[in-house]
Every structure is written in structure tokens, then in C-alpha cells.
Design a protein around this ligand. Sequence first.
Ligand code: MG
Ligand code: MG
Length: 272
Amino acid sequence: MIKLKSAEEIELMRESALIVSKTLGILAKEVKPGVTTLYLDKLAEEFIRDHGAEPGFLGLYDFPNTLCMSPNTQVVHGIPNNTPLENGDIISIDCGALKNDFYGDHAYTFEVGEVDEATKKLLKVTKESLYVGIREFKAGNRVGDVGYAIQRYCESFGYGVVRELVGHGLGKKMHEDPEMPNYGRRGRGKKFKEGMVVAIEPMINLGTHRIKQLKDGWTILTADGKPSAHFEHDVAIVNGKPELLSTFTYVYEALGIESDEENEFRQKEFVK
Ligand code: MG
Ligand code: MG
């Protein structure tokens, strides 16, 4: 069942989304060759707790850490470890937090040092596809409209759209209805309504869409050993339109990136 959120609840969810957005901003400054994902995990946990929230993934379905850390060929759900990041790696960082009984859920794929052109393009297109999807998340449209838009965009570059893992409704539970696949058919699936809040999160592979899972029971990686990217925003429907709750502002600030990509999805000016 889809749980619609009131205007007040959406403002609370904006706070949760802001915590995860700021956490990724903190991490953006630290992602570099030689740093371990376990170190980044500790930083994130500390930051989240210092800001009156709880890590959202720690203990969820028995996940052992604060962050999902998925380098290179890993798609999602990688477990932080003591292996240092290397120049040329990419690292997908997925962060959840619980504040005021509501979850935030947010992901970004970072470049570590100098990354090859093909992988850079994968990251660029995957992030673009996130906004292509968000644009379709409006009252009257359906789940399939978002998935169709993301799939069409990514496949036009020859990339693989992961099927087994999907976005989701977000609220007092990390995973609520509806499921939000990154593939689909126009006009199919549940209809979007005012007050819906979802996490839209394309997981896009440079090669095949097929995946496999490590014996740790968590880590998902590409079946062909090619890289994979993951970007995720939390979005509400306000006045019938998509309203971003999470933001890459803090990441961009840390990385020195200028971007107005989020402006289209803000009905009031973003104040840091
Ligand atoms: Mg996530
Ligand atoms: Mg999610």
C-alpha cells in the first residue's frame, strides 16, 4: 500500500534527506586514492549521529555498516572494508539515515583520481538518467513512465539497466510501495499522486545488465566485470510536480562543480 505524506511529513523528510546529502558532501572531500571505504564509513556514521539522526542501513536486514560502498564492478550493497581506493577507481556510495521517524536515502558515484573516459561517460549518463526519470515523477503519470524514460535514455548509449534492483517508496520505512524499476513500459503500473515520496535510483552498467552476487550475501556485481554506476535522489510530489528532497549541492561544493541541474525540481529556493 502506498503511504501518501502530508505537507508537514514532507518537510520532515526533507530534513532526513538533507542529512544524507550533507553526509555525501563530507565524504566527497575524503574520496581519494589510499583511503579505505571502512574509514569513510566511520566518518559517515559519526556525522549522522552528530546531527541527531541514526544510520539508516546499519542493522537494516542485518546490513553490517552505515554505508553501502560499491567500487568499480560492484553495482550496489558492497560492504565497507580495509582495501584502499586506487587512482582510476569509481566508488558508489549509498547512504541512509533515520531522523524524526523518516528515512533519507541517497547515492552518488565518485571518481577516484583520474578515471578513464568510458567510465566517466557512464557516470555522466547515469546521473542524467536520474533526472530524466525524476521529470516523469508527477501526478497522473505512472511507475512505468519513470522506468521507461530511464531505460530508453541509458540503452541509447548501449548501457545495461539492472533489472533485479529497483527504486522504492520512502517514508517511515526505508522500502515502501511502490517499487520503482529503472525499466518499464509507458502508462503501466501504479499512478502517481500528490504526497507520494520515492527514491529514484538508476543502477546502470557499462556492459550487460546482468548481475551476480558475492557469497557475502550482499555485494551485487556486474556479470561481465565491467563498471557500474548508481545515483539516487529522494523526490516528493508537491503541487503535482516532482520536488527534490535530497541534493548534490554539498558534493558539488566539495568537488568544485558548478551545476544548476536541480533547479528544475525545486519549487522554492534552496537554502543551505
Ligand atoms: Mg540508497
Ligand atoms: Mg534506495
